[in-house]
Design a protein around this ligand. Structure first.
Ligand SMILES: *[C@@H]1O[C@H](CO)[C@@H](O)[C@H](O)[C@H]1NC(C)=O
Ligand SMILES: *[C@@H]1O[C@H](CO)[C@@H](O)[C@H](O)[C@H]1NC(C)=O
Ligand SMILES: *[C@@H]1O[C@H](CO)[C@@H](O)[C@H](O)[C@H]1NC(C)=O
Ligand SMILES: *[C@@H]1O[C@H](CO)[C@@H](O)[C@H](O)[C@H]1NC(C)=O
Ligand SMILES: *[C@@H]1O[C@H](CO)[C@@H](O)[C@H](O)[C@H]1NC(C)=O
Ligand SMILES: *[C@@H]1O[C@H](CO)[C@@H](O)[C@H](O)[C@H]1NC(C)=O
Length: 707
């Protein structure tokens, strides 16, 4: 009898312990995010009930966790002496409303992670050790009501990220090291009642706060200047001491206040990337010879006429699709619309909107431009009578000067061989990237050539390409205006040390590889004729707030300096050029595929394609890495240490297989981009399948490989 009870007791124990090992009542994604959080918090003994694997946070009432049904809605771990970080998996907690980690020792020299749940209504990280800047993901938390980041070591100017936070009623950024002007988007904080900015180094004026429903405002101990606007003086609880108010550099301030103008290291890419970097143009040794020029010129003239008629026909066919175009206009800053030249406006309105899904037929990619003057005497005949339809906004030099504060060095976000790139902040709050083309990149400063280029680029549309928004061709100046990607380039994410504290996860790396592969596939196989990128590199892959990739500099190949000016050593030195390019200067679709393989190698190893600081045998990434791609043990050692081993071995080896195909020395053996895309899609699908089998998501992955 006693023995039977004993057996039952053992069974019961086994049953209970197995219960505690599965996720019980709690949503699996939430549970595994908390598992990962627990390990990021160094398994603090304060977190009673918590486990780093499995468990049931809601059912077992883990310390500080509140649930609603089976979802975690609140985390309150305030004042528990916790150290470590928040980890990078919290964003999968889609029901989380409140996150209070205040008064701990979190962050210690690292930045607030960017992937916080966008469902948050209250976020309190006050009294920790975070430094760096506020992550841009805050701009997506449209339900946010309370934001408290006081008493950390946050610094730099605030990004212009507040436009959508219309429910925010309390914001406390006091006792940090913030500097710069208050961003323009503060004016959109239409519910803001309490604002605490004291004890920072903010400067500029506070006019942007004038229309907010403030009841408490503390701006004490900063570097604010100008005068306190009258409406603000009526606020009940107002503190303004400790500022040099009267100090006004120029008496009346212009109505336009330039918002935060910091260059953050992550942004440099916006520029590096944008000027078509360092690759070479097509080889054109024979072009100087008069006869050939004549032939090419007449071919060009004839094809321009043909294209002109084709476009006109297309325009007629689609003259009903103009509403879309009008909508596009209404979203533009009104002053820019006004500034548009008449001719271009009309051609713009009548241009066909190219649907991203339909195959696009482009004109032949712009050819080499170094023709004789003879050549140009014939070209204008065609072009003047046939203005090229361009679907892009025309900006004036004056517009762009205001938006970039006269191309001030503070707004410089990148330099390349084609020109400099500036962050441009328009008075309506819109932020764009302006690429100022060097006059040397456009031979003969021909506006016709430039417009042709703009026309071609403006017809490229793909979710993974950086969109051209507008251009400016005035007074001999040539500028391209692009969307701005706040998160900078892949190059900076992988190689700039300031970014060390936000390593890209394996899943994100795969996502970036797949997205850029699709962008190249589009250029190579959807556009007709194909567009060779010629300058594919990690600095030309820009990341948006969700770390989706956007390939930049598409269609700018002709702006790149002639091969003569660039020794083949340089081409080798960048580490991206296929061997046949270094030898012949000939770029092809297959040389793009090679460069794509090199970027995949960067993603997997975290190394630069060419790194002179490494031992000689490891300097050239392709030479060092390719012999090891098929050896699983070697592959493990080669993986970017920043991943801390958090990548599934199967996924890794499939990724390596794709790389090996792309970087083959013989161009004819490299696969077309569509095959690369398919291989990566299969990789992602299999990864998802095995994830589902193990009931996890990101967090589950982490467990699997941490423990
Ligand atoms: C961080 O917290 C863990 C667990 O509480 C503790 O063991 C460790 O010593 C702490 N580290 C530091 C640097 O305080
Ligand atoms: C979190 O817990 C602390 C201490 O237990 C408490 O003071 C604080 O009000 C709580 N935060 C929220 C938002 O409930
Ligand atoms: C913070 O980091 C420093 C140096 O990295 C270390 O000495 C210190 O113990 C850390 N403090 C905490 C609370 O983790
Ligand atoms: C903002 O607050 C209002 C009123 O509380 C609410 O109805 C609305 O859903 C909130 N907006 C968002 C985006 O959460
Ligand atoms: C604040 O920033 C300044 C530079 O702007 C720096 O010199 C200073 O050390 C920072 N202070 C703290 C406490 O981080
Ligand atoms: C304060 O702001 C003025 C301009 O308004 C600037 O010249 C000065 O350098 C700032 N001082 C500090 C300490 O940041």
């Amino acid at each position: 009898m006693g023995r039977e009870w004993g057996i039952w007791f053992v069974f019961a124990c086994i049953w209970f312990s197995s219960l505690s090992f599965i996720n019980g009542d709690t949503n699996a994604a939430d549970a595994s995010a908390l598992n990962a959080l627990y390990s990021s918090l160094n398994l603090s003994p304060q977190l009673t009930g918590w486990t780093s694997i499995g468990g049931d946070p809601c059912g077992q009432s883990w310390k500080g966790i509140t649930c609603s049904d089976s979802s975690v809605t609140q985390i309150n771990l305030s004042g528990l002496g916790l150290n470590g970080t928040m980890g990078y998996t919290l964003s999968s907690m889609t029901s989380l409303i409140e996150l209070d980690l205040s008064n701990n020792l979190l962050g210690n020299g690292s930045q607030i992670p960017y992937n916080l749940p966008s469902s948050l209504q209250r976020l309190n990280l006050a009294g920790n050790l975070y430094n760096g800047e506020i992550p841009y993901s805050i701009s997506l938390m449209i339900s946010l009501e309370h934001l408290n980041l006081a008493h950390n070591q946050l610094q730099d100017s605030l990004g212009d990220m507040f436009a959508k936070l219309t429910n925010l009623s309390l914001m406390d950024l006091s006792f940090n090291n913030f500097s710069g002007d208050l961003p323009q988007s503060f004016s959109g904080l239409s519910s803001l009642k309490s604002l605490f900015l004291q004890n920072n180094k903010f400067s500029g004026q506070i006019d942007v706060l004038v229309d907010l429903p403030l009841q408490d405002l503390n701006v004490a101990n900063n570097n604010f200047s100008g005068s306190i606007p009258d409406p603000l003086k009526k606020i009940n609880n107002l503190q303004t001491d400790g500022n040099p108010w009267s100090f006004t550099p120029a008496p009346p301030s212009p109505p336009y206040t330039p918002p935060g103008r910091r260059i953050k290291p992550g942004q440099t890419s916006g520029g590096n990337s944008s000027p078509a970097g360092d690759s070479e143009g097509e080889k054109n040794s024979g072009i100087g010879i008069g006869g050939i020029v004549g032939i090419i010129a007449s071919v060009l003239v004839i094809s321009s006429i043909l294209v002109f008629f084709l476009i006109r026909r297309k325009r007629h066919e689609t003259s009903q699709g103009n509403h879309e175009e009008d909508q596009h206009f209404t979203s533009l800053p009104s002053n820019e619309v006004k500034e548009m030249k008449h001719i271009q406006t009309s051609s713009l309105v009548s241009t066909n909107v190219v649907q991203p899904t339909t195959p696009i037929t482009l004109k032949p990619p712009p050819r080499q431009k170094s023709f004789d003057a003879d050549d140009f005497s014939t070209k204008p005949v065609v072009k003047v009578s046939a203005p090229i339809p361009i679907k892009a906004t025309v900006y004036s030099v004056a517009d762009l000067q205001i938006a970039t504060e006269s191309f001030s060095i503070d707004n410089l976000v990148g330099e390349g061989s084609v020109g400099h790139v500036y962050k441009a902040q328009f008075s309506d709050g819109k932020v764009l990237a302006v690429k100022k083309i060097n006059s040397s990149a456009l031979p003969n400063q021909s506006s016709e050539d430039f417009l042709e280029l703009v026309s071609n680029v403006s017809r490229l549309h793909h979710p993974n390409l950086t969109e051209l928004v507008g251009y400016c061709s005035e007074h001999g100046q040539h500028l391209l205006v692009y969307e701005f990607h706040k998160n900078g380039s892949l190059h900076d994410f992988l190689h700039v040390s300031d970014e060390y504290n936000r390593p890209l996860s394996w899943n994100t790396r795969v996502k970036i590889a797949l997205g850029t592969a699709q962008a190249l596939e589009y250029l190579h196989e959807v556009c007709s004729p194909s567009v060779v990128h010629k300058n594919f590199k990690s600095a030309n892959i820009l990341l948006d707030t969700e770390l989706n990739p956007h390939l930049s500099d598409c269609g700018l190949a002709t702006l790149i300096p002639d091969p003569e000016y660039q020794s083949s050593e340089n081409a080798m030195g960048s580490g991206y050029s296929a061997p046949e390019v270094a030898m012949s200067g000939q770029y092809t679709l297959k040389s793009d595929v090679y460069s794509f393989g090199v970027v995949m190698l960067e993603l997997i190893t975290g190394r630069k394609p060419f790194d002179s600081s490494r031992p000689r045998s490891e300097q050239a990434l392709v030479r060092w890495a390719t012999p090891q791609l098929h050896d699983i043990d070697a592959l493990d050692k080669m993986v970017d240490p920043a991943l801390k081993g958090l990548c599934p071995p199967k996924s890794l080896s499939r990724f390596a297989d794709v790389i090996a195909l792309c970087v083959q020395p013989e161009p004819e053996f490299r696969p077309p981009m569509s095959e690369v895309v398919q291989a990566l899609v299969r990789l992602v699908q299999r990864a998802n399948m095995s994830k589902r089998l193990s009931t996890g998501d990101d967090g589950q992955d982490l467990q699997e490989f941490t423990f």
